[in-house]
Design a protein around this ligand. Structure first.
Ligand SMILES: C[S@@+](CC[C@H](N)C(=O)[O-])C[C@H]1O[C@@H](n2cnc3c(N)ncnc32)[C@H](O)[C@@H]1O
Length: 283
């Protein structure tokens, strides 16, 4: 077949630099707002006692800690930790015998989140600067990898899942909340920079997401629908802007206004050592 290739063979996009720079610029300029995103996705008792800035900086699309089944003593990584809300919640659950590390490629985000962890008095939560496609973390050292509305922003999702696999201990688990697309977006929305930064344009179909996680080596992969994500949800985030919201209203059929995408929980498990050997012998 001839024509322009948009993807590498593993599904990663070719236009990586452009996407990365839109995402960096958008989140580099993001400022704390009111708590509307936090109030939408977290229960009042979860938000109780959190530093105001962490709640006001919530920019995810769900609540991964609510679904992750974390236990005291576990070691957790959060991919794209932003203002740190999920790390703080995870830090409360895993307690002093566990640890949480949030990774974000923006130094300002790392600074904000570190200040929030200090304000919350959570010594077991720390933040490091780095790309989620090349985590600055050791191999096989964590029990659970969480993430909230971030993998969609990466043009190299296959690398992200490979890195999550690398840092997990055998038997470790993935619990990621993100968006999937059930139908293609019209081209003028798909290519809109704010739609990229807002997690819509980078969303995969359910089957593409499943294959990408599975190809990284994970097993027991499940993609569970959580709730529809429509124009009312997009409007919660200042980064969407009036122009993109108007474009969504104008270009999408009315029946999609409340369901542009679907938020999902991606769960998976890294096989234990003996299972991996058995799997390789079968292949
Ligand atoms: C949509 S916000 C979500 C933040 C946080 N998870 C939350 O729920 O509030 C995306 C965050 O991921 C970070 N990010 C995006 N792409 C990244 C990448 N490739 N590597 C590291 N961080 C990234 C951004 O800097 C931003 O802080």
């Amino acid at each position: 077949m001839t024509g322009v290739r948009l993807h590498f063979d593993d599904g990663d996009l070719l236009a990586q630099d452009a996407i990365r720079s839109v995402v960096r610029q958008t989140y580099g300029a993001a400022q704390p707002t009111d708590r509307r995103v936090a109030d939408r996705f977290y229960a009042p008792d979860e938000l109780l006692g959190l530093p105001a800035e962490a709640a006001n900086m919530a920019l995810g699309v769900g609540n991964p800690v609510h679904h992750a089944g974390l236990r005291p003593g576990q070691d957790v990584v959060d991919l794209g930790s932003g203002g740190g809300i999920d790390c703080l919640l995870a830090g409360r659950v895993v307690g002093p015998s566990g640890a949480v590390v949030g990774v974000d490629f923006l130094p300002d985000m790392v600074g904000r989140a570190t200040a929030a962890a200090a304000e919350a008095g959570l010594d077991n939560v720390q933040f490091v600067e780095g790309p989620i496609e090349a985590l600055p973390l050791p191999d096989e050292s964590y029990d659970v990898v969480i993430s909230n509305g971030v993998v969609n922003l990466s043009p190299r999702k296959a690398r992200v899942f490979a890195e999550a696999f690398r840092v997990l201990r055998p038997g470790g688990r993935l619990a990621i909340v993100d968006l999937i697309l059930e139908h293609d977006l019209p081209p003028e929305i798909q290519t809109h920079p704010a739609a990229w930064a807002g997690c819509l344009s980078g969303a995969l179909s359910e089957i593409a997401l499943y294959k990408s996680v599975r190809r990284a080596g994970f097993r027991e992969v499940s993609i569970e629908p959580l709730e529809p994500f429509g124009i009312p949800e997009c409007a919660l985030y200042p980064l969407f802007g009036d122009e993109l919201l108007a474009l969504l209203r104008a270009r999408l059929p009315v029946e999609r206004h409340n369901r542009i995408a679907m938020s999902v929980l991606v769960s998976a498990r890294k096989p234990a050592g003996d299972e991996r050997l058995a799997g390789r012998a079968r292949e």
